[in-house]
Each structure stands twice: as C-alpha cells, then as structure tokens.
Design a protein around this ligand. Structure first.
Ligand code: SAH
Length: 412
C-alpha cells in the first residue's frame, strides 16, 4: 500500500460519497436519533462532498455545519447545497475534526459518516462529547467485524489498514466514553456499492496505479468476504453526569419586556443598559425581531439575556452583540452563555455573518470570537485591541471590514 494523496484525491474527486452510505441510511439514522428540536444545530464531521449534510438539512430544516480538511469536497458540498436550494442552511468549514473551534454544547446533533476512523472511534467519541447540547445525540458510522469468525483474508487485509473491532468492543468503548447506545444499525450491502464502490470502480477501470490497485483489492475483499465485516451506525446519547441547570432559551415576547429591563438593571451598576435595550427596541433600523434572546430558569424566571442589533461595518450591514446580562443570583451558571449561543444561532439562521462584540477577552472566545483587528474591523473610539472582538457566522462567506457604526442609542 503506497500511493500519493494527490493520486487518491484525483480518483475520488466528484464522486457522490467518500464512504459507504446512502440518503436512506442517513434518514434512518436520523429517525433512530429520536425527536430533534426545531431547526436543530447540526455538525457533520468529515462531511466530504456533503451527501449526509444535505439530507440532514432538508429533513430537519436545521443548520448543518460541514467540516472537512479537503477543500474540493467542501466546494462540492456547497455546489450541491446551492442546487438543492439549501445553501442558506449550510456552512462549510475547512478544519480538522481533532481541533474543532466550537464551544461546548453547541450542537443538537453531531454526525459523522465514514470518517471517524481518521481519529479512531474511541478518540472521536471521547472528544466530541463536549459539543453536544443538552438532549443532543451523536451519530457515527464505523467499520467493524460482524461477529462471526472473520476469515484470515479479512483479518490480514484490515490489520495493515485499520483496527476493526467487534460490535461488543465498540459498545464498550461507547459506554466508557459516557454514552448510552440508543441504536446500532448495520448499513445494507447496497450502501457499499451504489454510491461508493461502483462509481469508484468505474473510475479505476483500466487505470494502472497503486491507488487503483488498492481500490480493486478493497472492493474484491468486500465481494468475497463481506460477511466478515460491516459498516454500522451508532446512535449515541451522552449520559448526564452534571447538575448544570438546563436553561431554556427563546426570543423575547412583548410580555418579557419588563423582566428584561429588570435583568439588565440588576446586572449592571446603573440603569444605562436597561434603558439602552428599550431604546434599541424602539429603533426600527437597529432592531431585528428574533435576536433578543432570554434564558429562562427551570422555575420560569428570566435569568439571562442577550441582544444582537444591526450595526454597520465599513458601511455594510453587520451585527453587534450587546448587552448581555444575567441576574446576579444566576451568574456563573451558564445562563448568559445559553442566551448568547441562542442569539448567535438565530442570527446564523437569518443568514447574517459578521458579529462584533466589545467585552471581556476571557469570555467571548468560547463562542468563537477573535480580535476584531483580524477581520480589519475597528471602533471609532479608543478600545484595547483584545476587547473588541468579531465572529463570522459563516466562514465560507466574506465579511465586511472597516469602522463600526453602532446604532444611535449606544451614544458612541
Ligand atoms: N462523510 C463523507 C466522507 C467520508 S470519507 C461521506 O460519507 O461521503 C472521510 C472524509 O474525512 C474525507 O472527506 C476526508 O477529507 C475527511 N477527513 C480526513 N481527515 C480529516 C480530519 N482530520 N478532519 C476533518 N476531515 C477529515
């Protein structure tokens, strides 16, 4: 087995999938994951050309962030999303699945078809757990022995390539990583062929390279010894281990206005922020319905608040996150973060992109904010470089640069 990566990528370029699977299987695994919240936040790791990502976006109406290392696959993913009319529901991100820049608990579904082997099943399960929001589910497909005694040909072939385990071993790994296995679903044989091996074989026909030979060897093994091994989907729910209160987040309603005023008045030394929120609400240029978010405590009280309003950067529309407030008795328990996350998600759903925030440089990076100077974004007043931060909600689109113009109510 020795072939160059570029040779391999050339062979695989433009194929519908880069591993066994089918739209039907993706839909089936989604059903096995149980009910998902409306407009779920979904992360598809090693998304490749994006087949599963598009099924998930279409089926849930949610937003799918597809992550892959290989830019041509991401381009293919975005093109397909365009054609399917799903472009607004997807984000493509080029980064490694072992260095994900997302905050904890930021996805309702974490998905990975035919790609967890890049990290190894155990490492993948262990490191992705933190990404799941309360109630979230992880779905991973993994190649494994079927359980019957595998033939020496199968054992030898995979010994050189990837450590296959038995389903019981994988269940044990899942349990050790803190998950309950909600379902274990074997992919049907057709999932290996119709969108993966068949198009790949057609492409290597007559090709005499090491990579082509590898494709032929792998498919031959499947044909002759397919009963020895399978791809299986694991549907996994993290066991609850902490006592963190579950904040419910939702956009403000007219009935919340007094409570929101009170939260801001309680959180800050003066009523300035509370009044600012009321002034922004009255400014139709600044206010965007749905981007004033409350975090509600289990008892029903509004504990946290986050607001995003329209600003301009370099004369182009952008968003400003401010103010964020938590009632003193609830501070340090995640209510503010819950409100901010919900606010950013809602903005992403509205197809917004650049968000600026002026705040604590220790706090906002957990949401993905980095110094605004890196975006070429500046304030019109004096501010320490690290306190002015910005975030791109869709890294695949350009962001404006220049000076921020805040809504008049900010008085800056
Ligand atoms: N899920 C897709 C692709 C599976 S192939 C499908 O089912 O069709 C594995 C994918 O993992 C490839 O697209 C490859 O580019 C990607 N990949 C490999 N190493 C990666 C890494 N460290 N981080 C993110 N993606 C990676």
């Amino acid at each position: 087995m020795s072939f160059s990566l570029s040779e391999l990528f050339a062979l695989h370029h433009g194929l519908p999938r880069q591993g066994p699977g089918s739209d039907e299987t993706t839909a089936r695994l989604l059903a096995l994951a149980g009910p998902v919240p409306p407009r779920p936040r979904i992360l598809d790791l090693g998304c490749g050309p994006g087949r599963s990502a598009l099924v998930l976006a279409a089926a849930t109406g949610g937003h799918v962030t597809g992550v892959d290392l290989h830019q041509p696959y991401l381009d293919q993913f975005l093109d397909s999303a365009d054609r399917a009319g799903l472009r607004a529901q997807v984000t493509a991100m080029r980064c490694s699945m072992d260095a994900l820049p997302f905050p904890d608990r930021s996805f309702d579904l974490v998905w990975c078809e035919g790609a967890a082997y890049n990290l190894g099943f155990a490492t993948a399960l262990d490191s992705w757990r933190r990404l799941l929001a309360p109630g979230g589910v992880l779905v991973v497909t993994e190649i494994e022995f079927t359980g019957t005694d595998p033939s020496p040909a199968t054992v030898d072939f995979w010994a050189e390539r990837y450590p296959l385990r038995y389903p019981d071993d994988n269940r044990e790994i899942a349990a050790a990583a803190g998950y309950t296995v909600l379902a274990h679903h074997r992919l049907p044989e057709a999932d290996w062929w119709s969108e993966y091996y068949d198009p790949l074989l057609a492409r290597v026909s007559g090709v005499d390279t090491a990579a082509a030979a590898e494709v032929r060897a792998e498919t031959e093994l499947r044909r002759e010894h397919g009963a020895d091994y399978d791809y299986a989907g694991y549907v996994l729910r993290p066991n609850r281990t902490d006592k963190t209160p579950m904040w419910t987040t939702r956009p403000e309603t007219p009935a919340d206005r007094a409570a929101i005023h009170a939260v801001n008045a309680a959180a800050f030394p003066t009523a300035e922020e509370a009044d600012l929120v009321d002034a922004l609400r009255a400014d139709s240029q600044a206010w965007i319905d749905g981007l004033s978010m409350v975090a509600v405590a289990p008892g029903g009280e509004i504990a946290g608040f986050a607001l995003i309003t329209r600003c301009e950067v370099g004369g182009e529309p952008a968003l400003a996150l401010a103010p964020c407030a938590v009632r003193p008795e609830y501070q340090g328990k995640g209510a503010g973060a819950a409100a901010i996350r919900a606010c950013l998600d809602a903005a992403r759903h509205l197809d917004e992109n650049l968000v600026v925030v002026l705040g604590h440089p220790e706090y906002y990076p957990r949401f993905g904010f980095t110094p605004a100077s890196g975006f070429g974004v500046r304030a019109s007043f004096d501010v320490p470089d690290e306190a002015l931060m910005a975030l791109s909600l869709d890294a695949s689109r350009p962001t404006p640069a220049g000076v921020i113009r805040y809504p008049a109510a900010f008085g800056v």
